[in-house]
Design a protein around this ligand. Structure first.
Ligand SMILES: NC(=O)c1ccc[n+]([C@@H]2O[C@H](COP(=O)([O-])OP(=O)(O)OC[C@H]3O[C@@H](n4cnc5c(N)ncnc54)[C@H](OP(=O)(O)O)[C@@H]3O)[C@@H](O)[C@H]2O)c1
Length: 258
């Protein structure tokens, strides 16, 4: 850590630097004068095999974990997040002054127990491993609610029809989650921070608004969005954080940037 223009600036390694979140975080941290080491497979860092992970951490004040593997299969999610998390936590153990910020999801325990949500089992494992391997004073568990942008990832298109899971969410824009995590890192926060959007809504309803906005931009008819009911915790409060820090950006405001 050093001082620049009256501010503390850090050297920060971002694992998952090419991802939807990681690429934005790299840009924002650099714009705040931090020195950023982007880490991903394209530059020889593989968190799953461990290759290059410790080297990328050398000399950094903070390591940010925003790697991802998209899967609905619990076994694949647990395997990926277990191995990746252990690689990064082991690298942190080699450099005792280094803090770790893990990007996780603000789900309640029952969501990780649902058979329909296998991915969350991997994220729950990731959180457990970090908490086991790193002392509290070196760990920031940054748990974000779903992003508006996740609608596209979770949409199945069939001709003019879009199938989207019906889930109760308190979604926010990814850019807002990035800003709030950068603020947390800048402030040197540790422990658990949860962030969410300003409104609780249905994921399929957000998908309908997005389809309408895109149709308006293109001067076409909106795609028909069909919400697929998911039984269990996502229909209740399984994805709603109890007392999150809230972004002020509503879905309508976000849609203006689409
Ligand atoms: N989507 C949401 O609504 C949401 C909400 C809250 C939290 N999150 C969390 O946010 C995190 C990031 O999600 P995202 O959507 O930004 O992910 P993404 O766009 O899928 O990007 C994944 C990143 O991980 C890297 N990666 C994958 N496998 C790797 C490996 N073996 N070694 C090194 N790097 C690897 C990828 O880099 P290369 O492929 O270039 O190696 C890429 O930079 C996830 O952990 C997710 O759980 C998501």
């Amino acid at each position: 850590m050093r001082r620049l223009r009256g501010r503390s600036v850090m050297r920060i390694t971002v694992y998952g630097a090419t991802g939807a979140f990681g690429a934005r975080l790299v840009d924002l941290l650099r714009s705040r004068d931090h020195e950023v080491i982007p880490a991903h497979r394209g530059n020889g860092v593989d968190t799953y095999t461990g290759e290059g992970v410790a080297e990328a951490a050398d000399g950094s004040d903070a390591l940010v974990d925003c790697v991802n593997r998209l899967t609905t299969k619990p076994r694949k999610a647990i395997d990926f997040f277990s191995r990746s998390t252990q690689s990064i936590a082991r690298a942190a153990a080699e450099y005792p002054g280094t803090a770790v910020a893990c990007l996780s999801i603000a789900f309640r325990p029952e969501a990780a127990e649902s058979r329909l949500l296998g991915y969350y089992q991997g994220k729950a494992m990731q959180e457990r491993i970090y908490r086991r391997l790193l002392p509290e004073e070196r760990l920031l568990m940054f748990r974000s609610a779903q992003w508006f942008e996740l609608v596209d990832t979770m949409t199945i298109a069939a001709g003019p029809v879009r199938f989207v899971p019906k889930m109760r969410v308190q979604a926010l824009a990814v850019a807002e989650a990035v800003r709030m995590m950068a603020d947390s890192i800048d402030a040197g926060e540790r422990g658990t921070v949860e962030v969410a959007g300003p409104q609780i809504s249905d994921f399929a309803a957000i998908a309908r608004l997005l389809a309408a906005r895109r149709a308006q931009n293109a001067g076409t008819k909106p795609a028909k969005v069909i919400g697929i009911p998911l039984p269990g915790p996502t229909a209740r409060d399984g994805l709603i954080p109890p007392a999150p820090r809230m972004s002020a950006v509503t879905v309508d405001e976000w849609l203006r940037s689409v």
